[in-house]
Design a protein around this ligand. Structure first.
Ligand code: Q9C
Ligand code: ZN
Length: 511
């Protein structure tokens, strides 16, 4: 597997700026890019990355997604004076042209494609491109919401063609709905588009009916467009994690993408004037860490929005640090999602039930583990309950893990997928609400889970306890020991223990 993290940045993209006064557009400033890059330097992250140069995207590449009319209008702005620029900008909802905008937008496209190439050719494992102008609002024939060309959509289309990819996942964690990306792929089953966004029952910009949870895609693309509208501001880490556990991740594992592209807006972070949300920079480390478990780690993160310079640059650093493989910082605070978030999550799950196996079968394991499943949506009460255990260790290995495995052996068509739906919907929420300082995992001998499943389980749990994992793996005497590629973990393998004995052994060591 490829290693290394690419970072793409070109100072030229700071030349695109607003030349007149416009209170709607004045937050999209060049400093968004330069301050993010400075912060990366400050944390010595730039030197740890593979620096890949940007390039200009070609006309042909832009035409993968946009009309020639749109390209021509954009091109024509290069030689306009301020008055003309202002007039053309006025044709769009929230966009401004500068004489160098066209050049910057081509660099933004090219930088994104450079990252896709670096990842697809195995030069690096993953990476981030810091670009301006952003892309996800831009449509076939229109600039919109600070976006001229849809960088991420072009990248997905490019990757589909150049590398014959059949499944690409786009995760849009920007706080605005990437309606441009939705329009481009809504009939395309080969691109799964997920977006969460501030919605407030259609009050918030761009105030579209089609940003709601019931826009699931069209024609052959039905089921491959996933909107999670936030109907209240102030969403926190727990709400974002719940969205990942209960919507995005189970879907993504079932989809099994060959490449993951993030429309990485940080206006969903704390302090942002647009988003008004409360998620801290650390949450982006967790989101990144989860997405790194898909597509063999092929993850391209492309900057979109983010207008609070400090919040933006810290969040960018969290993302890059995680891409580089550093342990994920602990998340503190309330771990129960709020009622409004739970409502949105339930709505999007219901809307997608006809299209995803994991949602169709959910009744099976939810009924088996029904008493425990109440916890996932009420993890506050649950977390207090768990904290009564006088122990710094999440007792995952012994109780929850064996519980779920056992209940799965009761299922007729229990496959790995169902197991991971349970891990995501049940074990991870419990684990995150407990906030352990150490994770202990016990793996028994009669497991239906293969080595890749075990590795994935471990990887998912490494977002906890700053990656401190104590693994006890029971193997039959004579069986091959299990090799797990895990950093920062301590594991020991026992052979010949009877399972019950082995559990009580651990119990007395821990309690
Ligand atoms: N009353 C990105 O974050 N706001 N774009 C318009 C009109 C536009 C955000 C408000 C916000 C665009 C990439
Ligand atoms: Zn945004």
């Amino acid at each position: 597997m490829a290693s290394g993290t690419a970072l793409i940045y070109d100072e030229e993209m700071t030349t695109h700026k607003l030349l007149w006064s416009d209170p709607i557009c004045d937050i999209e400033v060049p400093e968004r890019l330069s301050s993010s890059y400075e912060q990366l330097k400050c944390y010595h992250l730039v030197e740890r990355c593979v620096q890949v140069p940007a390039r200009e995207g070609s006309e042909e590449e832009i035409l993968l997604v946009h009309s020639s009319e749109h390209l021509e209008v954009a091109k024509s702005t290069q030689t306009m004076n301020e008055e003309e620029l202002k007039r053309v900008s006025g044709n769009y909802d929230a966009f401004f042209f500068h004489p160098n905008t066209y050049c910057c937008a081509r660099l933004a496209v090219g930088a994104t494609l450079q990252l896709v190439d670096a990842v697809m050719l195995g030069k690096v494992c993953n990476g981030m491109a810091l670009v301006r102008p952003p892309g996800h609002h831009s449509q076939k024939n229109a600039a919109n919401g600070f976006c001229l060309f849809n960088n991420v959509a072009i990248a997905a289309e490019y990757a589909k063609r150049k590398y014959s990819l059949q499944r690409i996942l786009i995760v849009d964690w920007d706080v605005h709905h990437g309606q441009g990306t939705q329009y481009i792929f809504e009939e395309d089953p080969s691109v799964l588009y997920f977006s969460w966004h501030r919605y407030e029952h259609q009050e918030f910009w761009p105030s579209l009916k089609e940003s709601d949870y019931d826009a699931v895609g069209l024609g052959r693309g039905k089921g491959f467009n996933v909107n999670l509208p936030w109907n209240k501001v102030g969403m926190e880490n727990s709400d974002y994690l719940a969205a990942f556990f209960h919507v995005l991740l189970p879907m993504a594992f079932e989809f099994d993408p060959e490449l993951v592209i993030v429309s990485s807006g940080y206006d969903s972070g704390i302090g942002d004037p647009e988003g008004q949300m409360n998620a801290t920079p650390e949450v982006f480390a967790h989101l990144t860490h989860f997405l790194m478990q898909l597509a063999n780690g092929r993850l391209c993160v492309i900057l979109e929005g983010g207008y609070h310079l400090k919040s933006l640059s810290e969040s960018v650093c969290m993302t890059v640090k995680t891409l580089l493989g550093d342990p994920v910082p602990q998340i503190t605070g309330e771990m129960a999602p709020c009622l409004s978030a739970v409502e949105s999550i339930q709505n999007v799950r219901a809307a997608h039930k006809p299209y995803w196996k994991w949602l169709m079968y959910e009744g099976n394991y939810y009924s088996i583990s029904s008493s425990k499943c109440n916890w996932q949506m009420d993890s506050c009460r649950h977390s207090k309950l768990l904290r009564l255990i006088p122990c710094f260790v999440l007792y995952l290995g012994i109780w929850s893990f064996t519980f779920v495995l056992n209940s799965f052996s009761l299922l007729k068509d229990a496959e790995g997928n169902d197991f991971f739906a349970a891990v995501l919907g049940f074990i991870l929420p419990i684990a995150y609400s407990y906030q352990p300082d150490l994770t202990v995992i016990a793996v028994g001998p009669n497991r239906s889970l293969g080595i890749s499943g075990i590795s994935l389980l471990f990887a998912l749990l490494q977002g906890l306890a700053e990656s401190r994992i104590f693994a006890v793996i029971e193997v039959r005497s004579g069986a091959k020991p299990i090799q797990l590629k895990i950093r920062y973990s301590l594991s020991c393998q026992l052979s010949g223990f009877r399972h019950t004995l082995f559990c009580s052994l651990l119990k007395c060591h821990l309690l």
